[in-house]
Write a protein that binds this ligand. Structure first.
Ligand code: HEM
Length: 195
């Protein structure tokens, strides 16, 4: 395959992955706060969160595979699997590998959620709060297009949207008044007799 096609594919798929993953994080936070609005039922957030994350994983795989097989950089699979082992842009590519591995853990535990139990799944899912900013730093640090207007605009939109919903979650009223009850129900603890 033509080397420059691979190079453009890596950059394009990297940018698309970042946008999709930011959307997934936004929807995840909205889901956790039980957000709904006229014309936007709660189940839409949950379904979009799940389906968008699977599409994001496909683009992320494309990004990683095209980066690794590109003969110009000659990264090798080790660079994608073992963080900070790449001879090329060691630190920034290492961040990409860490972000991708954290995301893999989140996706795999979500697919196995029925077996793992809610508490374990939730603990792993919190890794999204580490993985997303690490991915942003990776893209910014190593991207050829980091200084381009369109990429800067994408970064601002991604960081801005996650920042806004996160701030709304942290500063807003407690999202789920039944959260305690839900956790007790999932862990099989029975409610005491009504007084
Ligand atoms: C969650 C994980 C990741 C995300 C969201 C992500 C996203 C991005 C973004 C947004 C860029 C900048 C693209 C541009 O400037 O147009 C980029 C660049 C790059 N990424 Fe990733 N990446 C991830 C993981 C990885 C991994 C695991 C590798 C493995 C080797 C990798 C290899 C590269 C390379 C080589 C570039 C530089 C491309 C260039 O020359 O501009 N990325 N990535």
């Amino acid at each position: 395959m033509n080397n420059s096609i691979l190079w453009y594919a890596t950059r394009g798929a990297g940018a698309v992955s970042l946008v999709l993953l930011s959307g997934v994080v936004v929807l995840g936070i909205l889901g956790a706060t039980r957000f709904e609005a006229p014309g936007w039922p709660r189940f839409l957030t949950t379904h979009l969160h799940r389906n968008l994350s699977l599409v994001a994983v496909l683009f992320l795989l494309l990004h990683i595979v095209t980066a690794v097989v590109d003969p110009f950089t000659n990264l090798g699979w080790g660079a994608a699997v073992v963080p900070f082992s790449s001879y090329y842009r060691t630190f920034w590519l290492g961040l990409g590998a860490v972000a991708a591995e954290l995301m893999a853990a989140i996706v795999v535990t979500s697919l196995l959620r029925g077996w793992l139990g809610h508490r374990t799944w939730r603990l792993v899912h919190w890794l999204a709060y580490a993985s997303w900013p690490i991915a942003v730093a990776h893209g910014w640090g190593t991207g050829t297009d980091s200084g381009a207007g369109w990429m800067l605009a994408l970064d601002v939109v991604c960081i801005g949207s996650v920042g806004i919903v996160l701030a709304a979650r942290l500063l807003g009223p407690a999202g789920d008044p039944l959260a305690g009850e839900r956790v007790r129900f999932r862990s099989g603890v029975q409610r005491g007799p009504r007084q």
